[in-house]
Design a protein around this ligand. Structure first.
Ligand code: ME8
Length: 530
């Protein structure tokens, strides 16, 4: 495994407020970044805003403000949402920043000078909502945008093109040599069969029909077409081509860094085909992995700003807390598959996994520790009861399976491993029956061992849950009496860690939700009435 990580989300369009789909992608990325940092790896996490393009220009006109004022206002909301969700990004790139504009112009010039970009005429089917051109086959007889389902228009204009034909063979070779580049792997075949085999057209990289974009220096009536502008953010943010390229050297050039992009299935084509080609044209290393997550649906149709059927994450976090929302998103939706947001499942997940299993385990254990040992966690001893060995081995396997799953961004699987550990620990209470052991002083050693094992199981579960349950895990550590240093740096496999700590009884981590009240409440939110 490489020794450090550079991980990115897509840069979202500030054409309207963000919704739960964007929160999903950013939370996934945050969980991955936190899990790496908590295991001691350096990890640089980037997100941002993709601020140019026709759609933004039009929305600003409609709102009676300049495009810059329009995006400034919406991007404020991005910052607030990421704060609310406790996202730990190291930087936030905006494509209207000078540091980005310069890099895009330099890249354009380099590509132009080496003949990778040429001036031509574009004729195609253009979807102005998605800012994408499509071929005859893709729009079909109905002339419908394959992404958003709206009508597309034939468009023709002078434009610069990127010569994709020059890089197709080397892209296919790159796919072959790097079978882990695209995850899930099925995406690679989709790219080859849907886009490459039918014949990849050269990519239009400039527009003259709108002005809100980065001017082409060599021909300023053109602005750089959004995808060459947008994708470049991943290197401009690190200082590529600038006077201060330290981060770029460390997090992009250095082979010891694993470069990972996380993105939704809707934009795979741009990341998996054009981005590696642009990088090759610039003579720059390609990313190691691209994780493509599925999309969240609403009542069987894609949730999207242009359709106006979106769930706003703010009121959900306000009512249920950041942990519940982060947990639902990462546990409920299997990585790579589409998911749907359901109020019933939301309430059920929080109740079953967090209130009844994890919260209850902590509550019962702290209660017994207080009752039987005056709140002091007894010292660890091995194999005192016949059930200790089995619990210990489940703990050890959980740590391993969890780390392997996290490395492959199988966050759902990683969480399920922790849930299984919690269930195993609850079962251990039923097996060892501490309330029976407590009746006979001859069993004090056994009772002490049970308490120590439970505390350790909770510690491990809380450490592993921590990248997701960013506040509840800390509360669990507080209840176990761990100071800040111990909870962050302690070796997770140290079974003696909790010896003689004094527990503190606290509020239940997750109060049970009443489905009869909460499901209608969330439905109201989704219908936009709240
Ligand atoms: O495409 N479910 O920005 P964007 C899950 N600016 N995730 C969703 C989603 C849904 N229903 N809707 C959006 C752009 N997303 C470009 C990206 S990158 C160089 C430029 C998430 O605001 C998902 O990750 O439309 C998707 O790929 C991304 O938001 C698109 O955000």
């Amino acid at each position: 495994m490489k020794k450090r990580f550079y991980i990115t989300t897509p840069i979202y369009y500030p054409s309207a407020k963000l919704h739960i789909g964007h929160a999903y992608c950013t939370t996934l990325t945050d969980v991955f970044a936190r899990s790496k940092r908590e295991r001691g790896y350096e990890c640089f996490f980037l997100t941002g805003a993709d601020e140019h393009g026709l759609k933004i220009q039009k929305n600003a006109e409609a709102a009676g403000v300049t495009p810059q004022q329009f995006v400034d206002n919406i991007v404020e909301g991005f910052y607030k949402l990421w704060d609310l969700l406790k996202i730990t990004n190291d930087d936030f790139i905006r494509t209207t920043q000078d540091r980005h504009i310069k890099v895009v112009q330099e890249a354009f010039t380099k590509m132009l000078n080496q003949g990778d970009i040429y001036l031509g005429k574009y004729e195609g089917w253009y979807c102005r909502y998605c800012e994408a051109f499509w071929t005859d086959t893709q729009v079909g007889k109905e002339h419908i945008c394959p992404d958003c389902g709206r009508e597309v228009q034939k468009a023709e204009e002078e434009a610069y093109f990127f010569k994709t034909s020059k890089y197709v063979d080397s892209l296919l070779k790159f796919y072959d040599e790097n079978p882990k580049f695209l995850v899930p792997e099925s995406r690679k075949n989709e790219m080859i069969n849907t886009f490459i085999k039918p014949g990849l057209e050269d990519l239009c990289v400039s527009r003259t029909s709108f002005s809100w974009g980065i001017p082409v220096r060599e021909n300023p009536k053109h602005v750089v077409y959004v995808w060459l502008d947008a994708l470049t953010n991943y290197i401009s943010a690190l200082g590529y081509g600038s006077d201060n390229p330290e981060l770029y050297k460390k997090y992009w050039e250095d082979e010891d860094t694993e470069i990972i992009h996380i993105l939704g299935a809707d934009i795979t084509r741009f990341h998996a085909i054009y981005w590696p080609m642009f990088l090759e044209s610039l003579g720059v290393r390609k990313p190691d992995r691209e994780f493509v997550h599925g999309l969240l649906m609403m009542k069987d149709s894609k949730m999207s700003k242009s359709k106006g059927n979106v769930v706003d994450p703010y009121p959900l976090v306000e009512r249920y807390g950041v942990d519940a929302v982060r947990y639902y998103l990462t546990r409920e939706i299997s990585f790579g598959s589409d998911g749907s947001f359901s109020p019933e499942q939301f309430v059920e997940r929080i109740n079953a996994d967090l209130a009844n299993s994890y919260g209850n385990l902590l509550n019962r254990t702290i209660g017994m520790m207080t009752k039987y040992f005056g709140g002091t966690i007894p010292e660890y001893k091995s194999q005192v009861t016949e059930f200790d060995g089995s619990l210990e081995s489940v703990i050890a396997t959980t740590i391993k399976s969890y780390e392997n799953a996290m490395d492959d961004l199988k966050i759902t699987d990683a969480i399920v491993y922790v849930n299984e550990l919690v269930n195993r620990a609850n079962k251990y209470i039923d097996e060892t029956q501490p309330w029976v052991l407590a009746k006979d002083p001859a069993n004090t050693d056994k009772l002490a061992s049970v308490m120590n094992h439970l505390a350790y199981a909770i510690f491990v579960a809380s450490r592993l849950y921590h990248p997701v349950l960013v506040t509840a895990s800390d509360k669990a550590f507080d209840q176990l009496g761990l100071d800040k240093k111990e909870r962050e740096y302690a070796n997770i496999s140290n079974k003696n860690l909790l010896d003689n700590h004094q527990v503190n009884k606290g509020e239940p981590l997750f109060p049970r939700l009443d489905a009869n009240i909460e499901v209608p409440f969330i439905n109201e939110l989704m219908s936009g009435n709240k």
